[in-house]
Design a protein. Structure first.
Length: 209
């Protein structure tokens, strides 16, 4: 699996030491990830502990925030912080706190929130929807309709049902697919570099539950 300690870093700051935020494209960032993963596999970095799946996903959440542009009129864009939220049973635990703690996106400090009600999600910029919320997914997405919130999940069929970014496991690698139509309907602009490294990009809207 991609190593958060050696590639992304247990915090995003490690990645910035390898490739500063102002100079690093998402494609360059992914190239570094692949190279360092190779060195780990050959044993050169074997003494470092490999991260688990959610350490990698937590760092992806941070990096999604670097390569998505929110509309100025969006509610979350008007605040003085950058809220990243989790709705439902949190699979990250302390990992997400340690990854995002002390970080900034779009010039604003990242604030992590764990919420339980769909109507609270409109105050987020990035919303991770737990797989425990599969039965409530339609309700959550309806509450967010055109609100300018980037929705992310690892539940099966998430992008097919109208979610924007879905994590995938390909062997021991964490990847993601994008529903571009859903993002565009919320007036979000996804970087072309982000689209290039996605496993797939869907350009059709929601197909139902």
């Amino acid at each position: 699996m991609l190593s958060a300690n050696e590639t992304f870093g247990s915090r995003p700051s490690v990645q910035r030491q390898v490739c500063p935020r102002s100079q690093c494209s998402f494609l360059q960032f992914l190239t570094i990830v692949i190279a360092l993963t190779f060195f780990t596999a050959t044993g050169l970095l074997a003494q470092q502990a490999k991260p688990n799946e959610y350490q990698v996903k937590a760092t992806y959440l941070y990096n999604f925030g670097r390569f998505v542009k929110w509309p100025d009129a969006a509610g979350p864009a008007k605040g003085d912080s950058f809220p990243v939220c989790v709705i439902g049973q949190d699979p990250f635990g302390a990992i997400l706190d340690s990854t995002l703690g002390g970080e900034a996106l779009d010039g604003k400090p990242v604030v992590l929130r764990r919420i339980s009600k769909p109507h609270d999600a409109g105050e987020c910029r990035i919303l991770f929807i737990s797989s425990t919320e599969e039965k409530r997914l339609k309700e959550i997405l309806t509450a967010l309709d055109e609100s300018g919130v980037l929705t992310v999940s690892d539940m099966p069929g998430f992008t097919r049902r109208g979610g924007m970014i879905q994590f995938l496991l390909e062997g021991d690698r964490v990847r993601f697919e994008i529903n571009l139509a859903s993002a565009e309907s919320a007036k979000l602009v996804l970087s072309s570099e982000l689209l290039k490294v996605a496993a797939s990009v869907k350009r059709s809207g929601r197909s139902g539950d």
